[in-house]
Design a protein around this ligand. Structure first.
Ligand code: NAG
Ligand code: NAG
Ligand code: NAG
Ligand code: NAG
Ligand code: NAG
Length: 463
């Protein structure tokens, strides 16, 4: 009895002694310490050349503190700089794996910060984020010709108004890049063909720059691309046919450029596409064959293009659509009945076109819709929506500027203004002709008249 206690205690401590190292090894820090002691390397050891390069980068970028003095061991766990992560290299020394500047609590960038091309010499660097770093001193993206680290997977240079010049062709040497974000800078010139050899790219975002030229045909070689954003630049020419080879593409944004021609038929190949924005270009002509194959499309944003065709029935088969924007594009003909199948639609914007005919009755069955703008078209007939529908959409329903539309008397008095007059009744059902000079809601008018009378009476009683 008495002897069993020390034995179980000893077993307990034995258990602890054996399990502790494995528990500790869960944290990379301890694992690293263990490896350090095993190799008899001092825990703070960074490759000296690597440390020197890092200090140089810090000096170029930030004046938050004197990094060399305040953080002599920049990779040391616990004392590492914010915005900097390190990892153990093959030689058991520490190397920089991540640099993140410009967003708190990371280092801020000084006004004279320029692009530190030394980052490409950090052999284990995997990700770089420079946000609002180059704001005053003009600088360009320069990539040294030799001794380039090829471990970089993510390069994100965003919102740097003083980052000017072209995207250098040497970018092709960063052959592990998966995410390249160069959005909201002041980059000029063409897309270098070399960028299209970066076949590991999953996301390419060059939006909000001053890039020009055509979208290269070689785009099709970026087979792993899931997101492509070239919006808000000055790209000209056609959308290349090869876009249909980007079989994994989920997001495509080419809006606000100077693109011409039609949407290529090959786009029907993009079966994973969920977001497509082509607004504000000079696209025209027929919709692509195979449009109906975009069965994952949720957002189709294509305002402001000189299309001047009729709307394809196939659009109605894209049942996952939540937002469909086709305003200001010269569309003619009727709104296809098939749009009534878009049961997930929350926004339908087709204002400023030349659409004719009646509003399809089926649109009243779109139970998720909360924004419907059909204003400034040539639609005619009786508005097919009941008062419940009008109430639900409220101010987000706009049918104004369609002289041929009218609203049935039974649905008018709900206090909602949709910009349509009441139909003239001729004792024979509704006549499809608006009464322009008649107020849209007789009842609300008489109520407000009553209100004025009441106020006036009240005024008289009080004074
Ligand atoms: C980038 O800037 C460096 C240094 O100011 C300059 O020497 C180089 O010509 C520039 N490169 C381009 C392509 O503008
Ligand atoms: C459609 O995708 C397949 C497979 O990704 C590709 O081989 C083919 O060339 C593409 N077709 C078009 C028209 O782009
Ligand atoms: C409609 O949207 C909901 C939620 O956004 C989603 O769960 C559902 O699958 C969608 N329906 C269709 C037909 O895509
Ligand atoms: C509908 O479109 C017109 C024309 O672009 C615009 O003026 C109006 O504000 C829009 N209405 C709604 C409710 O969005
Ligand atoms: C009533 O409707 C019928 C058919 O729509 C039409 O022929 C007739 O002229 C209408 N009557 C009046 C009084 O408008």
């Amino acid at each position: 009895m008495c002897s069993s206690f020390p034995i179980s205690t000893a077993l307990f401590f034995l258990f602890i002694a054996f399990s502790l190292p494995s528990v500790l090894s869960l944290t990379t820090h301890e694992q690293w310490k263990k490896q350090q002691s095993a190799n008899d390397v001092h825990p703070n050891d960074m490759d000296p050349a690597e440390a020197e390069t890092l200090f140089k980068i810090m000096e170029t970028m930030s004046s938050d503190r004197n990094w060399k003095v305040s953080n002599p061991n920049p990779c040391e766990p616990g004392s590492s700089w914010p915005g900097i992560e390190c990892k153990l290299g093959q030689d058991n020394r520490l190397y920089v794996s991540r640099l993140d500047f410009g967003t708190p609590p990371n280092p801020t960038c000084k006004a004279t910060a320029t692009f530190p091309s030394e980052i490409f010499h950090l052999l284990y660097l995997q990700s770089v984020f420079f946000f609002r770093c180059f704001t005053h001193t003009k600088t360009n993206i320069s990539i040294p010709p030799r001794r380039i680290s090829t471990s970089l997977q993510q390069l994100s240079l965003r919102s740097n108004p003083a980052l000017v010049g072209p995207i250098p062709p040497q970018i092709s040497s960063l052959n592990s890049l998966q995410i390249l974000t160069l959005s909201q800078n002041h980059l000029t010139g063409k897309i270098p063909k070399e960028i299209l050899s970066l076949t590991s790219l999953v996301h390419l975002d060059l939006s909000y720059n001053f890039l020009s030229g055509t979208i290269p045909d070689q785009l099709g070689s970026l087979k792993n691309l899931e997101g492509l954003d070239l919006s808000y630049n000055s790209f000209t020419g056609q959308i290349p046919d090869t876009i249909g080879q980007l079989g994994l593409l989920q997001k495509l944004d080419l809006s606000s450029n100077l693109l011409t021609g039609g949407i290529p038929d090959s786009i029907g190949n993009l079966s994973f596409l969920a977001f497509m924005a082509l607004s504000n270009n000079r696209l025209k002509g027929k919709f692509p064959k195979g449009l109906a194959k975009l069965q994952n499309l949720q957002y189709f944003i294509m305002d402001d293009n000189p299309m001047f065709v009729s709307l394809p029935v196939e659009l109605g088969s894209l049942v996952k659509l939540q937002e469909l924007r086709l305003s200001n594009s010269g569309y003619t003909g009727a709104i296809p009945q098939s749009f009534s199948q878009l049961l997930n639609l929350s926004t339908l914007a087709m204002q400023n076109n030349r659409l004719t005919g009646e509003i399809p009755v089926g649109l009243s069955g779109l139970s998720h819709i909360y924004h419907l703008n059909l204003s400034r078209n040539l639609l005619a007939g009786v508005v097919p929506f009941n008062s419940q529908f009008l109430k639900r959409l409220g101010r987000n329903l706009d049918l104004s500027g369609n002289p041929g539309l009218c609203l049935d008397k039974s649905v008018v008095c709900n206090g909602v203004k949709i910009g349509v007059s009441v139909c003239r009744s001729n004792g024979n059902g509704s006549l499809v002709q608006p009464l322009r000079d008649e107020a849209p809601c007789q009842l609300s008018k008489s109520i407000s008249l009553l209100g004025v009378l009441c106020l006036w009476a009240l005024y008289g009683i009080l004074f």
